[in-house]
Design a protein around this ligand. Structure first.
Ligand SMILES: [Zn+2]
Ligand SMILES: [Zn+2]
Length: 800
């Protein structure tokens, strides 16, 4: 017996090990090499079309140890989806362990997102004795640019915008040494051979270097910011505009010149300690700030110090990020307070990425430019993440996250290639193939002509980059969406089939898809709450309760459809929604009789009511919308929050959430929450959320002079209660003998932390499994993923 055991431990075996996931361009092969040496194995490792392929031989126990260590010690940017081990009879030819060159790589291996400078590189940059001391483009396999510099696959220096820079002998030596952190780090560079940064004045005059003591041009930016200047900085994914966040005059000037009214600015600080002076940072939030993705993290602005009022007017949160490139680290080293760091553009246009374009378009805003000579292959915006209901949630998916693929449930792997075009606002598109979905980086609002041009361009470049040939193009039903029009054109050009997916069905499917909900998992109750989406009956929807799976969806319930007097205008003038709601619930006479003391009454009385009444009654430019977003507008304006005008959609809801009194939310008697009823619509016999009682309670509170934070809390709580009640009722009705126990929450309204947490907790308390968004935004930024999943699921049914 002992002989056999001995034989097994000493006996040599050979294996072919296949690793799939995000394993290329992240320093995976050197890790394999290091581990193979540790376990005394012979063989080789190579990149191939599916990922990484390893051929090893050695003692059986060592092979097991090696495989386990691969999982445990994978490089920080890698993501292992699958490891397959297969015994082979053939022993590897090599007497030692080798890294082989890449075979022609296809793209199922994934393009890796850009990653924030790693601690080792940062340390090097600040080490006066290191070769890369103060070098702003320092990177290694664990960090640095990827998506923003890549032009084609395979990911190789020659296919990136780094190809303009020939490696010096020292960099080359690091590049070919498997033991080096920079082994095959494609953007490897140093002072001697890499890109360089320089300072320019917007007016073209020379920079007066002696005007300040400084180490170099990057360091000079810090002095300029401290003196109140606005500086345009060429970041990783495009130009950014920066100024001192504590200098009210500078921030206000930036707002005016950028033509950005009240939307909060993002901030950057040199370290977490600086952030803590302005915000409370939880452990989870700190981890997010320090993560390789390095997103903007939305934090509660309740620290001891304040930034300038103009940074985020009327909002109780601040969006902070830490330096994500050595250039930003160097720039902020001496800055002991936060800076505003916002995308380099005017209002809703796309960010500039090219030096000449930046000089032309940002010259009127910035006084100085920090330029460099490495091209940005594609504009990539910063990502925005917020911790809500106990998990980080991506609200804008850009730098650091895109284009890492999302793995769908196994059933999807047989679906044909799909391109989903996304929505109109906050657009992102999606490629689906082999059971994986690649959601593009955030594109923006297609209503802007430059953004639309950029979008069309990016769609084609992603298709090329990922060698993706769509057989189906999925679009929204809205006849006026530009994404739909472009999708129609592309499908005609390629002879691909075109599939329409209803807006709110796509929202729910996106939520199912990112949770890898099984393809045959049965229907769920989908709660899709947003601003506006095109409904199957041709009217505007936006507060929907659906019975949905990936293929089909049925509208089970809704919010009360109320007119939007002035159409689009009602989105930007919240009081119009208040007026429409009050007229729908009680009419002017009753409102005047009971609430004439209110300041709201005097406000509305001064408006052109005749005209509005006529528009509403005749349905002129006053479409009915069952929108939860518009209900938020109506309530906010009634309470005196953002009553007259908002500058971006959803601003009133953001302001109302910011006001919510936490104690009312947690401690107050539930009976004081504003009540909603659930009657049935006469026309469609659909149950709907009826807000009459809520309005009476709210107006009553206004008469009593109840503080607005208490009103805001009572509204949020009441809304959460009625949503949970509606779900409970519908799940029983819909399921018959098999009640539906899973709920998916989606739509832009669920960016509201208070509502998301209230609804989730209430649904869980009555036994529901609640699916929510984490990796794609609940807003229209996640729409394309849902469209793609619906298209894939339907095609799988048809082919059966
Ligand atoms: Zn690094
Ligand atoms: Zn070099």
């Amino acid at each position: 017996m002992n002989d056999v055991a001995d034989m097994q431990t000493t006996q040599e075996a050979a294996e072919r090990i296949r690793v799939q996931g995000l394993v290329q361009g992240v320093g995976f092969r050197p890790t394999v090499w290091r581990l193979a040496r540790r376990y005394g194995l012979r063989g080789s490792v190579a990149n191939d079309g599916q990922g990484v392929s390893i051929h090893v031989c050695g003692p059986v126990a060592a092979l097991d140890g090696f495989a386990a260590a691969l999982l445990r010690e994978a490089p920080p940017l890698a993501r292992i989806d699958r490891i397959e081990r297969e015994p082979t009879a053939v022993l590897p030819q090599h007497p030692d362990f080798r890294i082989l060159g890449s075979h022609a790589t296809t793209v199922s291996t994934g393009v890796v997102p850009d990653a924030a400078a790693c601690p080792e590189c940062v340390q090097e940059v600040f080490d006066p004795f290191a070769r890369r001391y103060r070098y702003p483009f320092t990177n290694c396999t664990r960090c640095g640019p990827r998506l923003s510099i890549i032009e084609a696959i395979p990911y190789d220096r020659a296919t990136t915008t780094m190809r303009a820079f020939a490696m010096c002998p020292q960099c080359r030596a690091e590049y070919v040494d498997p033991a080096d952190r920079r082994f095959h780090a494609q953007p490897i560079a140093c002072h001697a051979c890499g890109p360089r940064a320089w300072l320019e004045r917007a007016d073209g005059a020379p920079v007066a270097v002696d005007a300040f003591t400084m180490l170099d041009d990057v360091d000079a930016v810090c002095t300029l910011l401290q003196r109140g200047h606005i500086v345009a900085i060429k970041g990783l994914g495009g130009f950014q505009l920066a100024c001192d966040a504590c200098n009210e005059a500078a921030v206000a000037r930036l707002r005016r010149l950028k033509r950005r009214s009240r939307k909060p600015f993002a901030l950057m600080a040199r370290d977490v300690e600086t952030v803590r002076r302005y915000c409370v940072v939880t452990e989870g939030e700190e981890a997010l700030l320090l993560s390789p993705a390095g997103p903007i993290v939305v934090l509660d602005a309740t620290g001891p110090e304040r930034v300038a009022e103009s940074v985020a007017p009327g909002v109780k949160t601040l969006g902070f990020m830490l330096p994500n490139t050595p250039l930003h680290h160097l720039m902020l080293r001496r800055m002991n307070r936060p800076i505003v760091l916002t995308s380099g553009n005017r209002s809703d246009e796309p960010q500039c990425i090219d030096n000449a374009e930046a000089r032309a378009r940002l010259g009127g805003i910035a006084e100085y430019f920090l330029m460099h000579n490495r091209d940005v292959a594609r504009r990539v915006d910063d990502s925005v993440v917020r911790e809500m209901a106990g998990a980080p949630r991506v609200l804008r998916r850009g730098r650091g996250y895109a284009p890492a693929p999302l793995s769908l449930a196994p059933g999807f792997s047989a679906a044909p290639a799909v391109l989903a075009m996304g929505g109109e606002l906050k657009n992102a598109f999606c490629l689906l193939r082999d059971g994986r979905a690649i959601v593009s980086h955030h594109m923006g609002d297609l209503e802007d002509a430059l953004t639309y041009a950029d979008y069309r361009n990016c769609v084609e470049r992603y298709l090329k980059l990922f060698e993706h040939e769509p057989r189906i193009v999925a679009v929204d039903c809205h006849p006026e969406y530009l994404s739909r029009k472009w999708g129609q054109e592309l499908s005609a050009r390629w002879g691909a089939s075109l599939l329409e997916v209803q807006h709110h069905h796509a929202h729910i499917a996106a939520c199912l898809a990112e949770n890898a909900f099984p393809l045959e998992g049965g229907p769920v109750i989908g709660v899709a709450l947003d601003g506006l989406g095109f409904g199957t009956d041709g009217t505007l929807w936006g507060g929907e309760f659906l019975l949905a799976d990936y293929r089909e969806c049925k509208r089970l319930g809704t919010f009360k459809p109320v007119a939007m007097p002035g159409g689009e205008q009602a989105v930007y003038e919240p009081w119009r929604n208040t007026y429409a709601h009050l007229m729908a619930e009680m009419g002017w006479a009753r409102f005047a009789m009971n609430y004439a003391e209110l300041d709201l009454y005097r406000f509305l009385e001064a408006k052109p009511r005749r005209l509005l009444d006529r528009m509403i009654s005749r349905g002129i430019n006053s479409p009915l919308a069952s929108s939860c977003g518009r209900l938020f507008d109506a309530v906010a304006a009634a309470a005196g929050v953002c009553r007259e005008r908002v500058t971006y959609e959803g601003e009133a809801a953001v302001a109302l959430e910011a006001l919510v009194d936490e104690r009312t939310l947690k401690e107050e008697d539930e009976l004081l929450a504003y009540p909603f009823a659930i009657p049935r619509l006469k026309s469609a016999h659909l149950p709907y959320v009826e807000p009459l009682a809520m309005w009476q309670a709210l107006l009553g509170d206004l008469l009593l002079g109840t503080p607005v934070p208490v009103i805001a809390a009572r509204f949020h709580k009441g809304l959460a209660i009625v949503i949970a009640r509606m779900v409970d009722t519908l799940s029983r009705e819909a399921g018959g003998d098999k009640p539906v126990r899973t709920v998916a929450l989606s739509g832009g309204v669920f960016q509201n932390r208070v509502l998301l947490e209230q609804v989730t907790a209430r649904l869980k308390a009555i036994g529901f499994e609640v699916l929510t968004h984490r990796h794609v935004p609940p807003n229209d930024g996640g729409l394309a993923l849902g469209q793609a999943a619906v298209a894939a699921a339907r095609s799988l049914t048809n082919s059966q």
